[in-house]
Design a protein around this ligand. Structure first.
Ligand SMILES: [Zn+2]
Length: 258
């Protein structure tokens, strides 16, 4: 077991360093990833590492793709570019917690819930990244009225399909170890439901600001170098908290379905 954690530290350092150099992560984001990697690889070996690595690599590459096409949305989203520690915990914190639970309670099978949490953040990331790139008609998940692409709570057919594809990839990445279609199905459903919950919370409870200079609605507190005015949502509910809740929802949906 100790050997496994030494391997985990070596492997985690490699991933953290490569991600920092590739500008997938900020320095603090890399250090947080190292801690998560030690927990997850140390507890679960490749069985638990491959799905989160799948999420991490594919989502990071997706964020890098078409950056210029997405440039016009950059000021709309709260955070863009290299992921920081808050984002790493928002996306991987629940997964790390479930891995720790399985270490302390080995008599229970936590693996499907773990995959549910990862399917959720993958569906959310793919839905947003591909949805914005595809540029199809976007509808508010709350009012069901058309909204500009990139708006918090906006969903498109392309985005929902991409989210489902992301959740399926996560289910497949662990299929060798759980090996039944029913569980795979629940993981995919969990990803899609959780990403819709994420959109809903993004449009309702998450803080949104109105720029006093250019007038656009944004997740950022600062816009056009000025403090933007809060228009709706709670100040303390930011994108990271919503993503964290998305991951939790994914785990709970699998738990409810299996
Ligand atoms: Zn502005």
């Amino acid at each position: 077991m100790a050997d496994q954690f030494v391997l985990a530290a070596l492997f985690g350092s490699l991933i953290a360093l490569a991600s920092f150099l590739a500008r997938f992560l900020t320095l603090r984001g890399s250090l947080t990833t190292l801690v998560l990697a030690v927990v997850i690889y140390g507890v679960g070996g490749w069985q638990w590492t491959i799905p989160i690595l799948t999420f991490f690599l594919l989502s990071s590459l997706l964020s890098k793709l078409g950056r210029s096409r997405k440039a016009r949305f950059e000021l709309m989203f709260e955070k863009t570019g290299a992921r920081d520690a808050g984002q790493v915990m928002a996306n991987g914190g629940i997964a790390g917690f479930i891995a720790a639970l399985s270490f302390f309670f080995p008599e229970y099978e936590f693996y499907p819930y773990y995959l549910g949490a990862l399917a959720a953040v993958t569906a959310d990331t793919w839905g947003t990244e591909i949805g914005v790139l595809a540029g199809g008609g976007t509808t508010s998940v709350v009012t069901l009225k058309p909204v500009p692409p990139g708006t918090s709570g906006g969903i498109s057919n392309e985005g929902v399909l991409a989210g489902g594809a992301g959740a399926l990839v996560i289910a497949l990445s662990g299929y060798y170890w759980f090996g039944d279609v029913r569980t795979a199905f629940s993981v995919v459903v969990a990803g899609m439901v959780a990403s819709l919950v994420d959109s809903f919370l993004g449009a309702t409870l998450q803080a949104q600001y109105r720029c006093s200079v250019c007038g656009s609605l944004t997740e950022r507190m600062m816009h056009c170098d000025r403090q933007a005015d809060r228009e709706k949502g709670f100040r303390w509910i930011n994108n990271d908290l919503v993503n964290w809740f998305c991951a939790l929802t994914g785990a709970l949906v699998v738990w409810g379905m299996t």
